[in-house]
Design a protein around this ligand. Structure first.
Ligand code: NCD
Length: 363
């Protein structure tokens, strides 16, 4: 069965197939109105959301399917202490496919371990957000016509911004992409991505301290919100919260063809005066999110019993060796709920948690 937990769970071909289907749906929405007739999507949202949950809902409704679930876990048996895995087992009895958002890293991976139906990660902590990535890829393709040979500047909270983490992984699969990181010291991209040898093979990384110095060379400017809810320390948050703000003035030297993306919600990092500039693509991006989720739901259900579409093999360490390690991330599902620990080794020999990618330590 095919789940979508990490962008690389989809092969390069599957990713492009979903993007092409989304474009086909945009061109001929009338052909798809009954595609999911009789099918049910469950949305289990343990964390606030507007766009992601409602675009999943709209996507399923526009395909002729229906939607159930919760947007506040306090209204479900979660408030009685039910584990996330048990809730998923239960919803798997009712729904054909499940989209789950959770504040704890690795929760969707743990959901996929027990689910009888495909699981879609709709955002896990500061880790990953693969459906926003599909949204971003479709938007980039429609705005500038290609997914390779792009210079993209990521600006703002690159430490907790899960959409950035996932999009960098996805862009690394296309040729010639250059990533410019624009963030204050406290909000830099996590090392597990910045130093990933696989990503470095195809992506050229550069770090700068202001957006002004790179504006003329960017094809895409990807703005992000400082993720207040993930800071443990209010003072640290206050220090960085207004770090990088896009104004019309700063946009002046940018290419006419550049597109400004933002996964939204924005707080103050893009002034409203920018909205009327033709390069402001963030509301068109929201529209792409609905179409790409229509394509994703269709494909994951088409592929459910197809042996050609399975999860990639992950070289996990043996159960015996796994018992000798512990994940160093206190906000990982393996340190929150009774799930089996899984660890894998990356090329430089570091052992990492398979749920959340954090470094493991020996116990
Ligand atoms: C993002 C998220 O939830 O990670 N929003 C979204 O899904 N469109 C970004 C954010 O919350 O800042």
């Amino acid at each position: 069965m095919k789940h979508l937990i990490d962008p690389t769970d989809l092969t390069f071909e599957e990713t492009n197939n979903i993007i092409s289907l989304a474009e086909e749906i945009i061109a001929h929405p009338e052909y798809y109105t009954a595609r999911m007739s009789g099918k049910k999507l469950a949305t289990l949202f343990y964390e606030p959301s507007t766009r992601t949950r409602l675009s999943f809902t709209t996507a399923m409704l526009e395909l002729g399917g229906s939607v159930l679930g919760f947007d506040n876990p306090q209204n479900s048996s979660v408030s009685k202490g039910e584990t996330m895995q048990d809730t998923v087992r239960v919803l798997g009895c009712f729904a054909d496919i499940i989209a789950i958002r959770h504040p704890v890293e690795g929760a969707p991976f743990a959901a996929a371990e027990v689910s009888p139906v495909p699981i879609i990660n709709a955002g896990d902590g500061s880790h990953s957000h693969p459906t926003q990535t599909l949204t971003d890829l479709l938007t980039i393709k429609r705005e500038i016509g290609r997914l390779d040979n792009i210079t993209i500047g990521f600006c703002g909270d690159l430490r907790f911004g899960r959409t950035v983490h996932s999009l960098i992984k996805a862009l690394a699969r296309y040729n010639g992409n250059k990533v410019i990181l624009i963030a204050p010291d406290d909000l830099k991209l996590p090392d597990y991505i910045r130093n990933d040898e696989n990503l470095q093979k195809t992506i050229e990384f550069r770090e700068v301290s202001t957006m002004e110095e790179v504006m003329p060379e960017l094809d895409i400017l990807y703005m992000t919100r400082v993720q207040k809810e993930r800071f443990l320390d209010q003072e640290e948050f206050d220090r960085v919260k207004d770090s990088f703000v896009l104004t019309l003035d700063k946009l002046k030297p940018a290419k006419k063809s550049m597109a400004v993306l933002h996964p939204l919600p924005r707080v103050n990092e893009i002034l409203p005066e920018v909205d009327s500039d033709p390069r402001a693509a963030y509301f068109r991006q929201v529209q792409c999110g609905k179409f790409v989720r229509m394509a994703l739901l269709s494909r994951l259900l088409d592929w459910k019993n197809d042996p050609k579409h399975v999860m990639p093999e992950k070289p996990v360490l043996s159960a015996e060796v796994c018992r000798t390690y512990r994940c160093s991330n206190a906000n990982c599902i393996c340190n929150k709920e009774p799930v089996a620990p899984y660890f894998h080794k990356i090329q430089d020999g570091t052992v990492r948690c398979s749920y959340c990618d954090s470094k493991a330590r020996m116990v």
